[in-house]
Design a binder for this molecule. Structure first.
Ligand code: NAD
Length: 339
């Protein structure tokens, strides 16, 4: 019997409660050791306590150091600042790990096995932006600044190379735009290459300019193994990579810092299908497998992954986004039968 592991559970917004419910029932059937402390955030936090990131939620994560999180809604344009970005800043979750693995043969691309390691706290996502009003137009000019630090670049590069060594990966590709953003992403490139030199003979170092990388990911994704990149590029490229393995419904992510790790699906709250019971819970289930491995329950993570494979490929039970007809609950129940 595994020792219990306290963890914060944030059902989140939109399809969040549906996929979180499916995932926790699977983890329960697996006898995973998590002891959940359920907390609110996002639009649900805003509506119920006037704060998209209530202090009780922050305190819970500080105490447990571990969270499984449903998607959180962020208003576009105006409104409150993203709770996801605030969580990353609050807990210095500097590394965003997004693995993409082909789980179902017969798609557009076969045998994809790629990991994006995205810097999660710096770059253009620091939100240093403002408008300059001119002639009565309050939005006449928009200005945004990015911030990269050598320490931050070194930390994410070291994380990526260590990840490669630990997971038996052969190559790390540094993705940047140092031909145009010479300072902002030039510093990232220079620092990551310097870190890479210490891994010579163990991990191959490669580099790409982000736009060329985006095209090559479509033409020949198999040339890549681990990609390390800055915040904005990582956000975009990892969604592109999710598309290579069947879409956002299959893409898990982990946000890792020194003391806290938060696991989530890469996708958002999917307001167009919320409440219909048809969301694909796989991305969050895969995130929970990463969470199991993170706390050392490798056997449970492997069992969960194996059951996912059998449910998808032998039983052919899939949600609609994957061409099937199963509801969120039906998929979860089918997976539980295979555990
Ligand atoms: P989205 O990922 O919610 O949806 C994009 C498309 O993918 C939609 O058609 C949706 O139905 C589909 N989709 C997403 N998840 C699915 C699933 N599990 N199963 C089946 N189909 C799925 O992106 P969006 O519409 O741009 O964003 C909606 C909200 O989510 C916004 O408020 C955004 O800020 C937020 N968001 C949150 C996170 C997060 O919490 N990590 C990430 C991205 C977006």
């Amino acid at each position: 019997m595994n020792k219990s592991v306290p963890a914060t559970l944030i059902p989140g917004d939109g399809v969040g409660p549906e996929i979180v419910d499916a995932t926790t029932s699977i983890l329960g059937a697996l006898q995973a050791p998590f002891e959940w402390d359920i907390r609110k955030a996002g639009m649900t936090g805003m509506k119920e306590s006037g704060d998209p990131l209530p202090p009780e939620t922050i305190e819970s994560i500080r105490r447990t150091g571990l969270a499984l999180k449903g998607p959180l809604e962020t208003p576009v344009g105006g409104g409150y600042r993203s709770s996801n970005v605030r969580l990353r800043e609050e807990f210095h979750l500097y590394a965003n790990v997004r693995p993409a693995l082909t789980l179902m043969p017969g798609g557009r691309y076969e045998k994809i096995d790629l990991v994006t390691i995205r810097e999660n706290t710096e770059g253009l996502y620091v939100g240093f932006e403002h408008y300059i009003p001119i002639d009565g137009d309050p939005h006449a000019v928009a200005i945004g600044s990015g911030v990269n630090t050598r320490a931050g670049c070194r930390r994410i590069a070291e994380f990526a190379f260590e990840y490669a060594v630990k997971h038996g990966r052969r190559k790390v590709t540094i993705v940047h735009k140092a031909n145009i953003l010479k300072a902002l992403t030039g510093l990232f490139r220079e620092t990551a290459q310097e870190v890479g030199r210490a891994y010579e003979g163990r991990v191959q170092v490669d580099e790409r300019i982000v736009d060329a990388c985006a095209m090559q990911l479509v033409l020949d994704p198999w040339q890549f193994d681990v990609i390390v990149t800055t915040n904005l590029f990582g956000d975009i490229i990892s969604d592109e990579i999710a598309g290579l393995v069947g879409g956002l419904g299959m893409a898990p992510g982990a946000n890792i810092g020194e003391n806290v790790a938060i696991f989530e699906a890469v996708h958002g709250s999917a307001p167009d299908i919320a409440g219909k019971g048809i969301a694909n819970p796989l991305a969050l289930i895969l995130a929970s497998a990463m969470m199991l491995a993170h706390v050392g329950c490798h056997d449970l993570a492997a069992r969960l992954r194996q059951s996912i494979d059998i449910t998808l490929n032998q039983d052919a039970i899939r949600t609609r986004d994957l061409g099937g007809s199963a509801s969120t609950r039906e998929f979860a129940d089918a997976l539980i039968r295979r555990l």
